[in-house]
Design a protein around this ligand. Structure first.
Ligand SMILES: Nc1ncnc2c1ncn2[C@@H]1O[C@H](COP(=O)(O)OP(=O)(O)OP(=O)(O)O)[C@@H](O)[C@H]1O
Length: 276
């Protein structure tokens, strides 16, 4: 899948939340989007997923502009481009399996969900995905009874249920303690490594992006001001992204996660992914 953003722009009143963002993703990879609060990271992901309309620009995926899709075609794109959120967005009183099955709402319809009439094969798949994420034993529990890290894994399972080519993660670990944050980032990395899905994650901390991502996009005031490999992200480039002074230190944006999946730290792998 080739993804090309051309001049993506979103204006809210006097604010250019995203301003003329362009990039190309030639092949599956894991991308971290970094930048200060208000830089436009969420708006960029929400435009890609069609949760927010663009004011200008195009998003060309395999030759068609997905920003122009309407109705069923738009919903199909949203299935192919699953989104996970900082606050998990689960239905708290429903059990974990039902929440995961909700990933199929677009395909099976609301009546199926309302009456819990899911085909056995769907339920088996949901449990298998939970098992892969290490939380199958939580399947019968209400979502609200789970820890934050477990809830985020349920949200990832719901996304995987859609069998998406792309997973967009909007601050997936911002509400989690370091241990749970690591489990969630490891899961996202494994989904890229093992399934070949593209993962694009907005990340608050620079070191997480460095450790887990093949490519980093830096945003400042709506504009993309950096796009390269972790190795290319020098302290000067990071300072520019965060608009920080000479006293800027990477430790200030650190969460000190130790990933289980290491390929993101192989600079040759990252460079190959970016080569045309
Ligand atoms: N629905 C909206 N209405 C008005 N302004 C908005 C809206 N959504 C975002 N903005 C503005 O657009 C700018 C970019 O916001 P956005 O949430 O995309 O940034 P962000 O980098 O994701 O920040 P954070 O890390 O705090 O989530 C901000 O100035 C924000 O106030």
């Amino acid at each position: 899948m080739r993804i090309e953003a051309r001049g993506l722009t979103r204006i809210f009143g006097a604010t250019r939340a995203v301003d003329d963002a362009s990039f190309v993703i030639e092949r599956p990879c894991m991308i971290g989007i970094i930048g200060s609060s208000g830089a436009g990271k969420s708006t960029l992901l929400r435009m890609m997923n069609r949760l927010t309309d663009a004011s200008a620009g195009r998003l060309i995926v395999d030759g068609r502009d997905v920003l122009a899709l309407r109705g069923a075609a738009r919903r199909a794109w949203q299935s192919d481009c699953a989104m996970i959120f900082q606050q998990f967005n689960l239905v708290p009183r429903l059990d974990v399996v039902q929440n995961v099955l909700h990933g199929l709402l677009n395909k099976r319809g609301t009546l199926t969900a309302l009456f819990g009439l899911w085909p056995a094969a769907d339920i088996e798949r949901a449990v298998a995905i939970l098992d892969r994420l290490g939380i199958a034993e939580q399947a019968p529990k209400r979502a609200e009874a789970l820890s934050g890290g477990q809830q985020q894994r349920v949200a990832i399972a719901r996304a995987l249920m859609q069998d998406p080519a792309i997973i967009l993660a909007d601050e997936p670990i911002a509400s989690l303690d370091p241990m749970n944050a690591q489990v969630v980032m490891d899961s996202l990395r494994a989904i890229h490594d093992e399934d070949g899905r593209t993962v694009i994650a907005n990340l608050h901390t620079l070191d997480t992006a460095r450790r887990y991502c093949d490519r980093i996009i830096g945003m400042r005031k709506g504009r993309i001001v950096f796009d390269g490999t972790p190795a290319q992200l020098t302290t000067a480039a990071a300072r520019d992204i965060y608009g920080a002074g000479a006293g800027f230190s990477e430790a200030a944006t650190s969460t000190a996660l130790e990933p289980q999946h290491a390929p993101a730290r192989d600079p040759a792998y990252a460079a190959r992914l970016l080569a045309d």
